[in-house]
Write a protein that binds this ligand. Structure first.
Ligand code: PEP
Ligand code: MN
Length: 245
């Protein structure tokens, strides 16, 4: 399960270009935030419904599935009407009322690890969705906060085999948020596949320097293509299976 796309949906043209590129490189899910959980209320908050429309159109045109973040219970129906997979962001991992509502709807849930969550807390959060009746939950290790400041977060790759000991859910790694640095994304992505991850979430933008958010951790399409090629022998060596198909 290779999820790729920009941090935030910016325009129809941007999504169309990215979708064409990442599909050609072998991604199968298109990402793009339309409701963005930003640290500052004055930062770009997302295109909301228009962004969901751009994401859904581009995904459909290029034969990709789509994923976008849902930040609150009120917008579940809106986001679910456009995308195939609902993302719960790190900041909402223990928003239990949101998780309970997500358990009662029909789209798969992609749950990102809270930046200070233990493995057991992470699995407990997933259990809230499962308990409501939604059996399709995908866990995403996206880095945790540690004393290290060189990286934005500390990508915790031990989480992959550890979570597989604790539960049967697929585990995807997001080395973009997990490191916050473009130069570290590809090495961590390769390590994630080697350690048994079921997929990756990678931020990709036609021109990362001009991205409205997270440009410093975003690959351009050529870098993404090179990364994808480099993953093949590793996936083969560890017998990786595609959980999506
Ligand atoms: C994202 O994937 O766009 C995002 C905001 O990630 P996280 O919730 O992991 O910070
Ligand atoms: Mn981002």
């Amino acid at each position: 399960m290779i999820i790729a796309g920009p941090c935030a949906v910016e325009s129809h043209e941007q999504m169309d270009a990215i979708a064409a590129n990442v599909a050609a490189s072998g991604a199968n899910v298109l990402r793009g935030g339309a409701f963005k959980p930003r640290t500052s209320p004055y930062s770009f908050q997302g295109l909301e419904e228009k962004g969901l429309q751009f994401l859904a159109d581009a995904a459909q045109k290029h034969g990709l599935r789509s994923i976008s973040e849902v930040m609150d219970g009120e917008s579940i129906d809106l986001v679910a009407s456009y995308v195939d997979i609902l993302q719960v962001g790190s900041r909402n991992m223990q928003n239990f009322s949101l998780l309970k509502r997500l358990g009662k709807q029909s789209k798969p849930v992609f749950l990102k690890r809270g930046h200070s969550a233990t493995y057991r807390e992470f699995v407990g959060a997933a259990e809230y969705v499962l308990a409501g009746g939604q059996a399709e939950v995908i866990l995403c290790e996206r880095g945790i906060r540690t004393f290290e400041t060189y990286t934005r977060n500390t990508a915790d790759l031990a989480a992959v085999p550890a979570l597989k000991e604790l539960c049967d859910l697929p585990v995807v790694v997001d080395p973009s948020h997990g490191t916050g640095r473009r130069s570290l994304v590809a090495p961590l992505a390769r390590a994630a596949i080697a350690v048994g991850a079921d997929g990756l979430m990678i931020e990709v933008h036609p021109n990362p320097a001009e991205a409205v958010s997270d440009g410093q951790q975003t690959l351009n399409p050529l870098e993404f293509e090179a990364l994808m090629r480099s993953l093949e022998p590793i996936a083969e060596a560890v017998n990786a299976k595609n959980v999506l198909i």
